[in-house]
Design a protein around this ligand. Structure first.
Ligand SMILES: Nc1ncnc2c1ncn2[C@@H]1O[C@H](COP(=O)(O)OP(=O)(O)O)[C@@H](O)[C@H]1O
Ligand SMILES: [Mg+2]
Length: 438
């Protein structure tokens, strides 16, 4: 179902600047959409139309199938929450608590109900400790979380965020994008704008490219980033992974669909090329020697012999030196480690408080995991509570799977629906895994 739809949308500012000229846009329920465009392409102006902050000069905007009018504007703003690019424009109260309480207060709710709602949202974002602080003293990432919380407290179906990651460091970006993923897993439609191709490529289900107030193209990221000329014409940069792929492809090393992640990229590499691998010689090796391969600390190690996964040394090498090994048995994946996934209850399922900590301790003490990661708020809270140090903070599923392919046993704590997604991805790649529901 369409939650937002615009047809032939046109908008001109009072000084005569034409910001939108004929934009057709639609968002379906449950989608993650990125509107990608350079500065001045019309992203902010488009978003203002989604909850009636401005009226179209021409064309129409439908929200849940209805035109925005005086009679339904309050309902529209309740169902479509807009988070501004500058958090400072959104955060105006003297404390975080009051800021988040602003919307519910305007609805005329009673004070205990307001308190309840605000506490829930604070808990959900793990920012209870910020409740009494002045928003202007918060970090950029914290401000953004509070701004999102202030919108979320109204329980919208659609969250529209204008450049939600601008001005943030890498940890802040990951944190915010994870929050958005969690909300999407809970069924909310999420629409963001960005000028960051890498972010759009790695996050969106579907995207729109905006340029000079027009939609250049829309579709899924694989489809869009496959068109090199289009991206250049739109004044955008290709994602780094796509640039790398194109160079590999030009040299006959990679092929197939455009990859949007490191894992996809590895799959694009020709099997014949992957068949030659670098290994550390465990003893002196002569050219042509048959070697048996093992993985230690993420690197292939070549022992003389013909047991298990085997290959042939291309050149001679001394013990401890890097050597090239060819004719590697294709089942190198049998040297991969195991991924253990702990499914921590999502916030609506009770969060980290509902998790069985003893069960985690028991499993962890039985299996010595070499690397640990956590994704999602409740998983991160649990890991902190248990004083577990994480190796992965970014791109947790992908980093975990890459480490498993390098022979490590990896454990990932994931909140609610994110754990289910991790299981799907691991199954797709046919990696060894276990999943424990806490
Ligand atoms: N208040 C305004 N008055 C006049 N022109 C504006 C105003 N706001 C934005 N614009 C112009 O409208 C165009 C689209 O801007 P905007 O929607 O902010 O793009 P984006 O969010 O993609 O950077 C730009 O040319 C910008 O200069
Ligand atoms: Mg903008």
């Amino acid at each position: 179902m369409n939650v937002i739809k615009t047809t032939g949308l046109e908008y001109t500012y009072a000084d005569g600047t034409c910001a939108l000229s004929g934009v057709d846009f639609e968002a379906n329920s449950g989608e993650k959409i990125a509107v990608l465009g350079p500065n001045g392409s019309g992203k902010t102006t488009l978003f203002y139309h989604f909850n009636g902050l401005v009226e179209p000069a021409r064309g129409e905007v439908l929200v849940f199938g209805e035109k925005i009018s005086k009679t339904n504007i309050d309902e529209v703003r309740k169902r479509v929450g807009l988070v501004f690019q500058e958090s400072d424009n959104q955060l105006v109260s003297p404390t975080v608590f009051e800021d988040i309480a602003f919307g519910p207060k305007n609805l005329g709710l009673g004070s205990s109900e307001i308190k309840n709602k605000v506490s829930q949202v604070l808990h959900r974002f793990d920012i209870e400790n910020l409740a009494r602080k002045n928003p202007s003293n918060l970090s950029c990432g914290q401000k953004k979380k509070v701004a999102i919380a202030g919108v979320l407290v109204m329980e919208p179906d659609v969250l529209v965020l204008d450049e939600p990651t601008s001005g943030m460091d890498a940890a802040g970006v990951t944190d915010i994008m994870e929050v958005l993923d969690e909300l999407n897993n809970d069924g909310k439609t999420i629409i963001i704008s960005t000028h960051d191709s890498d972010l759009a490529a790695s996050w969106a289900d579907r995207m729109y490219i905006l340029n000079k107030g027009k939609v250049f193209k829309s579709g899924n990221p694989k489809h869009i980033f496959a068109d090199e000329k289009l991206i250049a014409d739109a004044g955008l940069r290709q994602p780094v992974i796509v640039q790398t792929y194109r160079e590999f492809r030009a040299r006959g090393i990679s092929g197939g669909e455009v990859p949007l992640s490191v894992l996809d990229f590895m799959e694009s590499v020709d099997a014949k090329v992957m068949n030659i691998r670098c290994a550390i010689a465990a003893s002196d090796v002569l050219a042509g020697d048959e070697v048996s391969l093992d993985i230690k600390d993420g690197m292939l190690v070549a022992n003389k012999g013909s047991k298990g996964v085997t290959g042939k040394a291309v050149f001679a090498g001394k013990k401890g030196e890097d050597i090239a090994v060819k004719d590697v048995a294709s089942d190198l994946q049998q040297l991969a480690g195991t991924l253990t996934i702990f499914r921590v209850p999502g916030i609506i399922e009770g969060g980290s408080r509902a998790a069985d900590i003893e069960k985690v301790r028991e499993i962890l003490s039985k299996n010595k995991h070499q690397k640990i990661g956590a994704m999602g708020t409740s998983a991160k809270v649990l890991v902190n509570k248990m004083d577990i140090r994480c190796d992965f903070e970014f791109d947790v599923i992908q980093s975990g799977m890459l480490a498993v392919l390098r022979g490590f046993d990896v454990c990932i704590f994931a909140s609610g629906g994110m754990a289910d997604r991790a299981v799907e991805k691991v199954k797709e790649r046919k990696l060894k895994y276990e999943c424990f529901v806490l």
